[in-house]
Design a protein around this ligand. Structure first.
Ligand code: PNS
Length: 173
């Protein structure tokens, strides 16, 4: 039997129920799943710091024995090699995700042919859910129930409350 170590990379700003759905599915399929928070150079401003995002992910995955949370900088494929990972897990919600995901998967495979990208679909009720939409709804005072766990909802509301005016938080959406 092969020992499949998969990396589930992302920004997780913040972790949503869609991400958690995928983590649960991945933990059943792979021997080990590393949820890896990327220090994404393009996203210079995030709502939560790396430490805060990590804290929330650790709390939400603590019952899954074969799942751990980490952070990484630089190329995803280099991080995979460093961790002896043979797969990258990515979620595909709608066809609109496909183009970008295909480009990323093929480019990663060109750079590192030993690492395969595995796409999984989250449960249908999460097919329109994203961290960006969670941040926007929270900023505008809308309901977050069913979108993120209660602990994450509290942290998001707390964070948004720190911004005195709506315009101050606009750059984070
Ligand atoms: O949650 P996101 O923002 O969709 O995650 C995107 C992420 C972090 C997976 C992607 O930007 C990434 O892999 N970044 C690491 C840098 C890298 O390897 N870039 C080349 C991709 S072909």
């Amino acid at each position: 039997m092969k020992n499949i170590v998969a990396i589930y990379p992302g920004s997780f700003d913040p972790v949503t129920n869609g991400h958690l759905d995928l983590i649960h599915r991945g933990s059943k399929l792979f021997d080990k799943l590393i949820v890896a928070i990327a220090r994404n150079l393009e996203k210079s401003e995030t709502l939560f710091s790396m430490e805060e995002r990590s804290e929330m992910l650790v709390a939400m995955t603590s019952e899954l024995d074969n799942v751990c949370v980490d952070t990484f900088e630089g190329l995803l494929v280099s991080y995979c090699v460093k961790n002896n990972a043979n797969a990258v897990l990515r979620g595909i919600r709608a066809i609109s995700d496909y183009e970008f995901e295909l480009q990323m998967a093929l480019m990663n495979r060109k750079m590192e042919p030993r690492v395969e990208t595995i796409f999984m679909m989250p449960a249908e009720q999460y097919s329109y859910l994203s961290s960006r939409i969670v941040r926007e709804i929270a900023k505008l005072g809308g309901p977050l129930n069913g979108l993120v766990p209660k602990m994450v909802e509290d942290r998001v509301r707390e964070k948004i409350a720190h911004y005195h005016t709506a315009s101050q938080a606009t750059h984070l959406l």
